[in-house]
Design a protein around this ligand. Structure first.
Ligand SMILES: Cc1cc2nc3c(=O)[nH]c(=O)nc-3n(C[C@H](O)[C@H](O)[C@H](O)COP(=O)(O)OP(=O)(O)OC[C@H]3O[C@@H](n4cnc5c(N)ncnc54)[C@H](O)[C@@H]3O)c2cc1C
Length: 401
């Protein structure tokens, strides 16, 4: 597509969705692309399970956004700033230090862990994994806890008690990965002190709510094989430094807890005077535009996506598909062409359940075991290499100057 009109496009959020829009639109030299993110890096949340298992360090689950954006032609720039508000009438984005004007805007700010305020002690004592600094802190605490048990040594050492609240995709992956890693860690090092209790607390009747029976049953079996205790139909009511109290009165000892019990929109979304659903996520139309403003699109976890009235679960894969539709529609608007309606569906899901094992559904096919694990790793690797190549190019350019 060619356009003679010079257009300024701002993308807020360098996550899975935002980066895909940057790459798609940067191809058109008449577009000036501005990416704004509060962090200097893109965080690959889908690879958190490998961070926990020490299979990757933080450098392998993040990509520097300055160097990534420098890898494009001069029409892409990156600003590490937090967007604090948007004036849709005057087409201005405000950050903590700047004001940018735009012709088209893409809101791709993702979501954050919902630390429910009514649960006493949650904010204070629980860990989240949706932000890199939190995931890093949690990983370090997990390793330190394992080390402390080794230090205590002897057959009489106390067990390490971990509670994971929330049995959706991230809670299930993290519980399985910790169990699998700790098992290998203690066994391969012949440590005497091996007792690790992982309790997975789930408010629904089954784990992985809303997913196909195959995925639920296979995952449940794997978690039980890894000796994880699953408690369904209960919620965390409160926590202290050492205990978690459930809403049925049960008290579970806890050395540390991971909270994966739900997501909520990021702070910026709360401030915007746009139509939202009952959970506060942005409503969008079939072209992925927000209500009222034709030049504003919302993609990824911060928006609610429906296909034929069916809610599409937010994933990295869906965020990237939304990015493709949104980029195409921006170009069509620029060229005064009719926009394209989306027909996005989940192309599949792969759930890592400890070293060498995953379950998944890819298009219509169910897979499990090492092949699923290998496929998940392969997809992640390809994604990382693509971004990394671009960053290398950007890095060379910067250091040449
Ligand atoms: C543990 C875990 C495992 C997962 N596994 C999978 C999986 O296997 N497969 C899968 O498809 N999905 C998986 N997901 C879900 C997937 O990570 C998300 O759906 C995906 O990250 C959404 O992409 P996004 O672009 O909408 O937002 P994000 O990737 O969250 O990016 C949002 C960006 O916006 C920035 N931002 C936020 N607010 C502001 C602001 N005010 N100003 C400037 N910048 C801002 C953030 O810094 C961030 O860089 C997993 C998630 C977790 C937590």
């Amino acid at each position: 597509m060619h356009s003679n009109n010079y257009k300024k496009i701002i993308i807020i959020g360098g996550g899975y969705g935002g980066l895909k829009v940057v790459a798609n639109l940067a191809k058109y030299q008449n577009n000036q692309i501005i990416l704004i993110d509060k962090n200097a890096y893109h965080f690959m949340q889908t690879d958190v399970y490998e961070l926990i298992a020490n299979e990757k360090d933080f450098a392998k689950v993040s990509v520097d956004l300055f160097t990534y954006c420098s890898g494009f032609n001069t029409n892409v720039s990156f600003y590490k700033q937090e967007v604090t508000n948007i004036d849709f009438e005057n087409k201005k984005v405000s950050t903590d230090t700047n004001r940018f004007s735009y012709d088209y805007l893409v809101i791709a700010v993702g979501a954050r862990t919902k630390f429910v305020p009514s649960i006493d002690g949650l904010q204070e004592y629980a860990h989240g994994v949706k932000a890199l600094h939190r995931a890093m802190y949690f990983k370090q605490k997990f390793e330190m806890s394992l080390f402390k048990k080794v230090e205590e040594s002897g057959a009489t050492c106390k067990p390490l008690n971990i509670v994971v609240a929330g049995a959706g995709l991230s809670g299930v992956e993290i519980a399985a990965q910790m169990a699998s890693f700790a098992k290998e860690f203690y066994c391969s090092n012949h440590f005497l002190c091996r007792k690790l209790n992982i309790v997975l607390v789930n408010s629904s009747q089954k784990i992985l709510k809303g997913m196909d029976a195959f995925l639920v049953e296979k995952s449940q079996k794997r978690l039980l094989d890894l000796e994880i205790v699953i408690k369904c139909n209960v919620r965390v009511a409160s926590l202290t430094e050492e205990h978690v109290t459930l809403n049925n009165g049960e008290i579970i000892p806890m050395d540390f807890m991971v909270f994966a019990g739900g997501i909520e929109p990021n702070g910026l979304i709360y401030k915007l005077d746009l139509q939202k659903n009952e959970r506060g996520f942005l409503d969008i139309n079939e072209f992925l535009q927000v209500n009222k403003y034709k030049d504003v699109f919302a993609i990824g976890d911060c928006a609610t996506l429906y296909n034929n009235e069916q809610l599409i679960a937010p994933t990295a894969d869906v965020a990237e598909q939304m990015a493709d539709v949104c980029s195409e529609n921006i170009m069509r608007l620029i060229l005064k062409q009719e926009m394209k309606k989306h027909n996005i569906r989940s192309r599949g899901i792969l759930i890592a359940l400890g070293h060498g094992y995953a379950v998944g559904k890819v298009f219509k096919f169910y897979i499990s075991g090492y092949i699923a694990y290998f496929m998940k790793k392969f997809i992640e690797k390809v994604y990382f290499i693509k971004l990394d190549r671009h960053s290398k190019k950007g890095c060379k350019k910067i250091f040449k100057q």
